[in-house]
Design a protein around this ligand. Structure first.
Ligand code: ARG
Ligand code: ZN
Length: 488
């Protein structure tokens, strides 16, 4: 927020009376529903006034927004890869957690053409003003939105999407144009490069996508198709729905030329694999392994939390893969079993259970890395114990011991310590509490927090509770010390 000045002058826009349907939009007061944010303890009475420009993650102070909780995103987006032009209408249903004189959405680039708000008592459904400052879009209704009210905000926007680039070591992420479409992978905060929203993992919502692309291209979003693709006037519209709570960075609309294989896993979960024609030879393996691994994880971590699984290989060398909900994406390489096991483990750890703040990222990456070791062990290759020892052999001066994985750093979020030392933490725990309690813990953890938000403290407390052991020294040595653990 510091140095930005309005990119577009405050603009008066017309009110658009949006249809309000469903009991959620009649202005029932909020009772006992915890705010998704992380800054304010539940006991603090919500302030009246502008919603905060950030959701309260001190490491990413302007990510997400305060004062409301999104319940649903309706994203109607048209993208023309030739012109690199995107035009969208985002219809966002949210609930005010405080009285809101104004509120923010995260949006990077684009020209905002129109903003409208509706819902709650009709008295506040008035004409609107909006303002752009950096990646914040501030919407000011003519009358404040009362605390506890459900409201809908509609934003029409257009322009050339630009991914986030060169931000420390994160590489390029967000909406990334490719030769034949776009590769859309948004962790940690790139959703704002293609739709306005509350771009932080501590506010999940459900999604409907209506994506229109030139005929001949396929648009892949999360969840399942709700209708067959419809082509008119040289354009095809794809409708997808993710009906389970999802964080913004897992949303995707990857598009281009794709070859598809569809079916169900042995246990009956819908499975969709899609590959760019350049990776045609990977299609069958991707399909088969994704199905087999999803089914196996369900036996280890508990029931699969979503309605479909699969994977996408695009012809774009991102240098990473991302666990997009129901559709992990592999950026320009033929994925092996290890990385498929990793991205699918994230469907439980990261996607169903999501971190409230980025510093706890090891709860995603340490678990997904440990899952790679579990898969290796399951396949009769190296055991988790062997893999742990191999990594533990790194000398005392190795960088992995200088970075405490329990406190992921915003300027080096995806450091390999968060992955490998995070995974080693779980193995050290397994050694200490034994296989029976360890695997019970994994299932209990994923079951108790299904579709919810988690912190490191909640995990360590559960580990202590189920094992009946004091584990503070173990977690301290493995997660929080900037030196090689020797006793735990
Ligand atoms: N969560 C991803 C994985 O472990 C990594 C995402 C990296 N993001 C980035 N912008 N480099 O598979
Ligand atoms: Zn990962």
């Amino acid at each position: 927020m510091a140095s930005g000045r309005p990119a577009i002058a405050a603009t008066t826009v017309l009110l658009l009376a949006l249809g309000c349907s469903g009991s959620g939009e009649t202005g029932t007061p909020v009772t006992g529903s915890a705010p998704p944010g992380i800054a304010s303890p539940a006991s603090t009475p919500p302030a009246a006034g502008p919603g905060a420009p950030g959701i309260g993650d001190p490491d990413f102070p302007t990510d997400g927004n305060g004062g409301y909780d999104v319940e649903h995103y309706g994203l109607k987006i048209d993208y023309n890869p030739g012109a690199k032009h995107l035009s969208g209408v985002a219809t966002i249903r949210a609930k005010a957690l405080q009285e809101l004189s104004s509120f923010n959405l995260d949006l990077s680039g684009f020209t905002v053409e129109r903003v409208a708000v509706a819902g709650g008592p009709t008295t506040w459904q008035q004409g609107l003003v909006f303002e752009r400052t950096g990646d914040e879009l501030t919407v000011t209704p003519s009358d404040p939105i009362p605390a506890g009210t459900a409201f809908t905000v509609e934003v029409a926007y257009a322009g050339e999407p630009r991914p986030v680039k060169n931000s420390s070591n994160l590489g390029t992420y967000g909406f990334i144009p490719t030769r034949d479409g776009a590769f859309v992978t948004c962790e940690p905060n790139g959703a704002k490069t293609w739709f306005p929203g509350n771009d932080h993992p501590s506010d999940k919502a459900r999604y409907d996508f209506e994506i229109t692309v030139p005929a001949g291209l396929t648009a892949l979003a999360n969840g399942e198709m709700t209708d067959r693709p419809r082509t008119t006037g040289g354009k095809t519209t794809y409708r997808w729905r993710e009906d389970h709570p999802m964080v913004t960075y897992l949303a995707t609309m990857t598009l281009g030329r794709f070859e598809l294989r569809e079916g169900t896993t042995a246990s009956g979960i819908k499975n969709l694999a899609a590959v760019d024609p350049r990776f045609r030879d990977s299609l069958d393996d991707l399909y088969t392994l994704s199905g087999k691994i999803t089914d196996y994880w369900a036996t280890v971590f508990g029931p699969y939390p979503f309605s479909s699984t699969g994977g996408v290989v695009d012809d774009f060398s991102a240098g990473y893969a991302l666990e997009n909900q129901t559709k992990p994406m592999y950026g320009g390489f033929d994925p092996d079993e290890g990385i498929i096991a990793h991205e699918l483990a994230h469907q439980w750890f990261g996607n169903s259970l999501s971190i409230r703040r980025w510093k706890d990222l090891w709860l995603n990456e340490g678990f997904a890395t440990y899952a790679e070791w579990l898969w290796s062990e399951h396949e009769g290759d190296s055991t988790a114990e062997q893999l742990f020892r191999r990594h533990y052999a790194a000398g005392q001066d190795d960088a992995i011991w200088k970075y405490a994985p329990g406190r992921a750093r915003p300027d080096d979020l995806f450091n390999s310590s968060v992955y490998t030392r995070g995974g080693m933490t779980l193995h050290a725990l397994r050694q200490r509490i034994g296989d029976r309690v360890f695997f019970e813990l994994l299932k209990t953890w994923s079951g108790e927090h299904k579709y919810g938000y988690v912190t490191t403290e909640e995990f360590t407390a559960l580990a202590e509770k189920l094992s009946g052991k004091r584990l503070d020294a173990l977690f301290d040595a493995w997660l929080f010390q900037e030196r090689k653990p020797t006793t735990w």
